[in-house]
Ligand binder design. Structure first.
Ligand code: ATP
Ligand code: AMO
Length: 432
């Protein structure tokens, strides 16, 4: 047998037509001479009606004995019926049980009230059978597809850079050390240095969608130890060019999801609004004023605290940039302003109180870069092959890193980043 239709492709107009459906037994109700079976596949659920006098004895016996989450193939006839929920029902001609499921289930995908998140993540494959979870991951996949399309349409080359690395990029504290034969190595916390080296390589515009690893010690609803970062870098460009591309990437994702994933939005029961094409730009100084105005203590030059992010997020709502950051709050590769080197050409994209992207124009001058690395207490000798790329013709360039998991969280309107990751990694969780 081959599947002829997914559940949602069957309609009343197919009256009398024969179909082959495949999926899981979502629920079963057996009355004396009649059984109702809800079959679930990737696209939804469909009802089989099994009346004893209209099907073979064998089919009726098989139907009666079905258990939750058994995997079945059903050949059946579509019968238009005014009584049925969607105007039709399926009367099976033959039911084949492909695999029996054990009972009781550690987690029932048909359960209206879901288990707590730890139980769900422990049995994630069962959790993912729930239509709501399927919808979230289809929306995430649509976002990734849209992001790739936007980059490709704007002349970006997709690259893959190593995740086994010799040094830190985002400050020395958040690395996972690993043993690499006789040497010490680390899991990559950002493709930062590689994407910049690609600018020296003349690729002009690159992007990468890949895992980043951070030994974040705190356990929050927006940090994971393994995350997916959407990174890009572009030459002969400044931070405003990078923000323009980011607006396109984000806006197109919303638009594509609204157009192609309406069913999933409905399954989630969310109010999904496509934002304006341009996002408000706020300077860091303005953000500090907003926070101070709301009673949050914060000195100019400090990184925004959680309280400050909340205060600014409340005021701004939705998507907005924060620009012109104090140079000391950003990594060594960030370009300071020529007119005032206490501020730099960095930006964050925020959604309410959540940072979803960091980016900047980069330092492309060798001497300034070496000076910055030393100033931040690191040894330039540790950056040998990266620094060499600045000695033989590095163009001015800019880029950003957009957190894919955080972006998925916002798109699906979820509060916990773990909801949007298949198998999340946090301090407590390394399996499944
Ligand atoms: P980045 O990607 O640049 O690290 P982020 O959004 O991950 O940004 P952090 O920089 O880690 O956020 O944190 C932002 C602010 O929130 C910082 O001031 C940090 O000290 C604070 N913060 C982070 N985690 C916690 C926590 N668990 N409890 C309280 N404050 C926290
Ligand atoms: P940054 O460290 O801000 O910048 O990371 C970029 C974006 O990645 C996401 N992110 C995370 N998501 C979940 N869990 C984490 N532990 C985590 N850490 C980061 C966030 C964040 O905004 N090299 C720069 C980018 C650049 O300038 O191009 C960088 O890594 O959404």
């Amino acid at each position: 047998w081959r599947r002829t239709h997914y559940s949602k492709e069957v309609v009343a107009e197919m009256n009398e037509q024969e179909v082959v459906l495949m999926g899981w037994v979502h629920s079963i109700r057996a009355l004396g001479k009649l059984a109702f079976v809800i079959l679930r596949d990737r696209e939804g659920t469909i009802q089989l009606v099994v009346p004893k006098q209209k099907v073979s004895e064998e089919t009726f016996e098989i139907a009666k004995k079905l258990g939750k989450e058994d995997v079945v193939a059903v050949k059946g006839k579509v019968v238009a019926s005014e009584k049925a929920p969607n105007g039709f029902e399926i009367i099976p001609i033959e039911i084949r049980v492909l695999t029996k499921s054990n009972a009781p289930l550690p987690l029932d995908p048909a359960e209206k009230v879901p288990a707590d998140i730890d139980t769900r993540l422990d049995h994630r494959f069962l959790d993912i059978r729930r239509p709501k979870i399927q919808a979230l991951f289809k929306i995430r996949a649509e976002m990734l597809k849209s992001v790739r399309n936007t980059f490709n349409d704007n002349g970006f080359i997709e690259v893959n850079t190593p995740k086994l690395v010799a040094s830190a990029t985002e400050g020395g504290t958040e690395l996972f050390p690993i043993s690499y034969f006789e040497k010490e190595a680390f899991l990559g916390q950002s493709p930062q240095l590689y994407k910049q080296m690609m600018m020296a390589g003349g690729f002009d515009r690159v992007f990468e969608i890949a895992q980043i690893f951070r030994a974040e010690e705190h356990n929050t609803r927006r940090h994971l130890n393994e995350a997916v970062s959407i990174d890009m870098e572009m030459s002969f460009s400044d931070e405003y060019d990078a923000m323009d591309i980011l607006e396109k990437v984000v806006y197109n994702s919303y638009k594509d999801i609204a157009e192609n994933r309406a069913d999933e939005i409905e399954t989630l029961g969310i109010n999904f609004e496509v934002p304006d094409k341009k996002f408000t730009k706020l300077t860091y100084s303005e953000a500090v004023d907003i926070a101070n105005g709301k009673g949050v203590e914060l000195e100019w030059g400090e990184d925004l605290s959680r309280a400050a992010e909340k205060a600014v997020g409340d005021e701004m709502g939705g998507l907005y940039f924060i620009t012109e950051w104090p140079t000391i709050t950003r990594p060594f590769y960030t370009m300071p302003y020529e007119k005032d080197n206490k501020i730099c050409k960095a930006f964050d994209l925020m959604y309410k109180e959540l940072e979803i992207t960091s980016g900047a124009q980069r330092v492309h001058k060798y001497d300034l870069l070496v000076e910055n690395i030393s100033k931040m207490g690191m040894n330039p000798e540790g950056f040998g092959t990266y620094l060499e790329a600045f000695e033989y013709g590095m163009p001015p360039h800019a880029g950003f890193g957009l957190g894919a998991d955080r972006f998925a969280m916002i798109l699906g309107q979820e509060e916990n980043i773990r909801e949007c990751v298949l198998f999340p990694r946090d301090r407590q969780r390394l399996t499944p």
